[in-house]
Design a protein around this ligand. Structure first.
Ligand code: DC
Length: 232
């Protein structure tokens, strides 16, 4: 797989509940870039595999699903094989299934290929866990958002897209989040980790608008830098 170098790619990584989605969306809007949520891709594969009755332990069957689904990520709606699954992929069940699917090397290879193909056009803010480390190691800007586990659980519990009767209580959300984080950080392939050249921002206690402002000014200065280097 060739690794594209791109002066207009912003990579945003970090654990669940660190504010990636809100920040990435706001950044994309401000910059006039496309926003791509790669977590939704893992979720879509998990949803389709489950829908097809595929055993998630059957890695090659899940890989086939990843390679064959028609996935549309335009705007904020996620459409899989013609079905709008935007809400369906945010259930606690899909949280668990997506974390399992994300551990499968062959699935990651397929989705990383799709992500790089989307990135060919540049002008994009891509969020996930391995964007700055694996998908676009030459991205112009890499941001790693973090927050304490308690704060991330609080935000997740308050996020209506993720709240259901199963996940509304804070203790339940916190322990589910912790289990998925542990899975994301310890898996063999592309574990969640801080890229050596990423800017780490701890968003604990920061209002989300302040996070957006801070990231935006950082990104603008880095993009200017990388554009002038590309010209020079
Ligand atoms: O960001 P999210 O919670 O929607 O992601 C769903 C799952 O996919 C989660 O377990 C992390 C995983 N993921 C990943 O491994 N790599 C990515 N680039 C994005 C998400």
């Amino acid at each position: 797989m060739s690794v594209p170098k791109n002066e207009t790619i912003v990579a945003i990584d970090g654990p669940s509940g660190a504010g990636k989605g809100t920040v990435a969306r706001a950044l994309a809007r401000e910059l006039g870039y496309r926003h791509v949520d790669t977590g939704a891709m893992y979720r879509a594969v998990a949803w389709q595999a489950t829908y097809n009755g595929v055993d998630l332990a059957d890695e090659s069957a899940v890989e086939t699903v990843a390679g064959s689904i028609a996935l549309s990520l335009d705007g904020d709606r996620i459409v899989v094989n013609g079905y709008d699954v935007t809400e369906a992929i945010r259930t606690p069940e899909t949280d668990v299934a997506a974390a399992l699917v994300a551990r499968i090397a062959a699935v990651r290879q397929v989705l990383v290929g799709r992500q790089r193909a989307i990135g060919e056009a540049g002008r994009l803010v891509m969020e996930g866990r391995d964007i700055g480390t694996v998908v676009f190691p030459a991205a112009a800007v890499k941001i790693y958002l973090d927050a304490t586990p308690a704060e991330r659980a609080r935000r997740r519990a308050a996020d209506r897209a993720h709240t259901s009767s199963l996940s509304a209580d804070l203790v339940g959300v916190a322990s589910a989040l912790e289990a998925r984080d542990a899975s994301d950080r310890t898996r063999e392939v592309s574990p969640l980790k801080l890229a050596s050249d990423a800017e780490l921002i701890d968003t604990t206690g920061m209002p989300i608008d302040d996070v957006v402002k801070r990231v935006l000014s950082l990104v603008r200065s880095k993009l200017d830098d990388s554009a002038s280097k590309a010209e020079g």
